[in-house]
Design a protein around this ligand. Structure first.
Ligand SMILES: Nc1ncnc2c1ncn2[C@@H]1O[C@H](COP(=O)(O)OP(=O)(O)O)[C@@H](O)[C@H]1O
Ligand SMILES: [Mg+2]
Length: 321
């Protein structure tokens, strides 16, 4: 019985918009997620009511200014930190109510994590191959299986000829690709990479995205990558923007095979009906403070106040003529 036409997207906030992969099950569900850090007497609200849905097998990029809560979200998704309130589910795991044992199991089998700092990802005295084998050894896989899997993964990330090298003989970008292979060693359903391209040049960054995409396609692993790389939109299925501890905008690419058909920008409509317009749109129309709204049959028009009257009435005439 709503006054709003049915075609208005009645999406849960942060919903994956209608896309080509609509039939895939929802794999990650964050609802009203809150994270508060207490430092001495101060409280820092790093996530303030974040909503996000991610489908199985998606490859998604997370972008946003420094301090917007990207790493906080990644650490929670990685089982490295606990949220303060809200709801968050990854597969069958409710991350708000994990026991210690669940947490260990989750970290070992559900997720792979790649850090920005290359040195943090790898053990310096092990070869690339041994680094990839290590998590499998800890999980108790037999030697032969470990070896075969490690070789396969290093091949997939384009390092077949670097397997016997130790990290100090590899470039920063190559080290990050080894780290991605390490992250995939125990066949996780989710691969998280927090600014994996932050310390490498653009050619290496390209190779890193290529490796992530190859693993996403080969193994169906869901990939979330935090990045400042502005060309990222061409390499992933969806870009989600974060601001002040919430998701703000989304760019969804529809592709057919390797060809991107078109791009659409989405904004998140939160439960209170608030909408954050992309900065570029606001600047393009020189919008300030107040905007003029008009409900149309199947959309809502938004005009800058300074020419709002004129445009709104012109549009109204078109509608009635
Ligand atoms: N361990 C922590 N203790 C206290 N405050 C933190 C901690 N981690 C992050 N923060 C704060 O939370 C906010 C979000 O940080 P972060 O998630 O690292 O953002 P981003 O990765 O987008 O740069 C920032 O204000 C940051 O200072
Ligand atoms: Mg960060």
């Amino acid at each position: 019985m709503s006054q709003v036409p049915n075609t208005t997207p009645q999406m849960a906030p942060g919903l994956v918009p209608d896309g080509q992969d609509n039939d895939r099950p929802i794999f990650i569900e964050c609802e009203n997620l809150v994270k508060i850090y207490k430092v001495a007497d101060l409280e820092v609200v790093a996530l303030q009511g974040l909503d996000l849905l991610i489908r199985q097998g998606e490859m998604m990029a997370l972008v946003g200014p420094s301090g917007s809560g990207k790493s906080t979200l990644m650490n929670i998704l990685g089982g490295l930190d606990f949220p303060t309130a809200g709801r968050i589910r990854v597969g069958d795991y409710n991350l708000l109510e994990m026991t210690r044992r669940d947490q260990v199991r989750y970290r070992r089998h559900m997720v792979g994590f790649v850090w920005q700092q290359t040195a943090r990802n790898l053990l310096p005295y092990l070869t690339a191959l041994e680094n990839v084998e290590l998590p499998m050894a800890l999980a108790g896989f037999p030697a032969r299986e470990r070896y075969d899997r490690a070789v396969e993964l290093l091949d997939r990330v384009g390092l077949a000829d670097r397997m016997k090298h130790r990290p100090d003989r590899l470039s920063g970008g190559e080290q990050q690709r080894v780290a991605i292979a390490v992250g995939m060693a125990n066949r996780p359903a989710l691969l998280l990479a927090d600014e994996p391209t932050g310390e490498v040049d653009s050619i290496s960054a390209e190779a890193i995205f290529h490796a992530l995409r190859a693993l996403n396609e080969e193994f169906g692993v869901t990939v979330i990558v935090v990045t400042h790389d502005m060309t990222v939109a061409t390499r992933v299925d969806r870009v989600v923007g974060m601001r002040d501890g919430r998701t703000s905008t989304e760019i969804l690419r529809r592709r057919e095979g390797d060809v991107a058909l078109y791009e659409e920008e989405y904004a998140i409509l939160d439960r209170a009906g608030r909408l954050q317009l992309p900065e570029a749109y606001i600047e393009a129309l020189d919008m300030e403070d107040r905007v003029r709204l008009r409900l149309q049959e199947d959309h809502i028009g938004v005009w800058p106040e300074h020419n709002g009257e004129e445009a709104a009435s012109r549009n109204g005439q078109e509608m009635t003529s």
